[in-house]
Design a protein around this ligand. Structure first.
Ligand code: R5P
Length: 317
């Protein structure tokens, strides 16, 4: 089995993640050892994509690791890569997308809007044989199966976040900044053995949010910890942290699964009453401090076993 990865802008976070996942799958005894693929991937000066696959992929099961924030040019590259791998005879091509894009536009909020989640999921499903991802933004969709027609595994980073809390924070109080965060705020708190409260959020624009005041009177000696799936503009975390400061006089620790960080977000968060920001390594970022590679390796192994991919029997299909 061969592991590909797509890194951009001189970063190598996806290569490192792919290597860690491969090592852990091999250590767990995957039937066909995972090796790092050899390939060239670059942009011509005019912005067009160049790929050359140097590893032999004929009759091989392969996967691609690609973080999908700022997804538009990555989507085109994924299309070229999956189609090239299939054209060269790869038996199956999987996608490990630690951050899955285009999950938030899940309905027409206004007449004429494009429901991008539906088109994106169809493009991916047509070109990949399976999908593994971490905490996709499932809000109005309850399962990836509602829009993805390929086998998938959804991993939750709650256990990794809870471990971080247990080893780094004394007496934490987990705070979810909006109703959507209730699922993981409660799960993190249960795993970490602490309490959670959930706030209400009203968003009136991409960078305009209001967050309700937390009830902190029962937690005078606790360290407030905001937990959210995505940090994009950072405004959700900033507004909640300002409210927490107002009520408790304390700075807040912010934990996020996906370090999307829109332009200006890091700078804005530095001005806010936030003691630290720590994220999972789904998306490579300076704030990464929680490792999800073990979770990805076990979910991928489970999917491959269930779907009979990468085994001798799978090869005979
Ligand atoms: C949305 O509901 C998500 O769970 C996050 O709360 C949101 O994406 C954060 O966005 P921002 O950092 O732009 O406030």
């Amino acid at each position: 089995m061969l592991a590909f990865y797509l890194d951009y802008d001189g970063q190598n976070g996806q290569q490192q993640l792919a290597q860690k996942v491969a090592e852990q799958m091999n250590a767990a005894g995957v039937p066909n050892k995972v090796e790092m693929a050899e390939f060239e991937h670059r942009c011509f000066p005019d912005g067009e994509t160049y790929f050359r696959i140097n590893s032999g992929v004929k009759d091989q099961d392969v996967f691609v690791v690609c973080q999908l924030h700022h997804p538009n040019h990555k989507t085109i590259d994924l299309m070229y890569l999956s189609e090239t791998l299939k054209q060269l005879g790869a038996r199956s091509v999987g996608l490990i997308a630690p951050y899955l894009a285009y999950m938030r536009q899940d309905k027409q909020f206004h007449d004429g809007e494009c429901i991008t989640s539906r088109h994106f999921s169809r493009w991916i499903s047509e070109r990949f044989d399976w999908l593994v991802t971490i905490d996709p933004h499932l809000h109005r969709y309850h399962s990836l199966d509602e829009i993805y027609s390929i086998p998938s595994r959804v991993i939750h980073a709650t256990g990794v976040i809870a471990e971080f809390l247990k080893s780094h924070v004394n007496n934490p109080l987990v705070i979810g900044p909006d109703a959507e965060s209730e699922q993981w705020a409660n799960a993190v708190a249960a795993d970490a053995g602490c309490d959670a409260i959930v706030l209400e959020k009203i968003r009136s624009g991409d960078r305009d949010v209001e967050v309700s005041l937390p009830q902190l009177s029962d937690y005078p000696n606790h360290q407030p910890v905001l937990v959210d799936d995505i940090i994009s503009t950072g405004k959700t975390m900033i507004k909640a942290a300002e409210n927490i400061l107002q009520l408790s006089g304390k700075e807040t620790l912010c934990l996020g699964v996906h370090a999307v960080f829109a332009p200006g977000a890091v700078e804005d968060m530095k001005q806010a009453p936030i003691s630290d920001v720590v994220t999972c390594n789904c998306i490579e970022h300076d704030t990464n401090g929680m490792d999800v590679s073990g979770l990805i390796a076990s979910a991928t192994l489970d999917l491959l076993k269930t779907e009979n991919i990468g085994t001798e029997q799978g090869a005979e299909k």
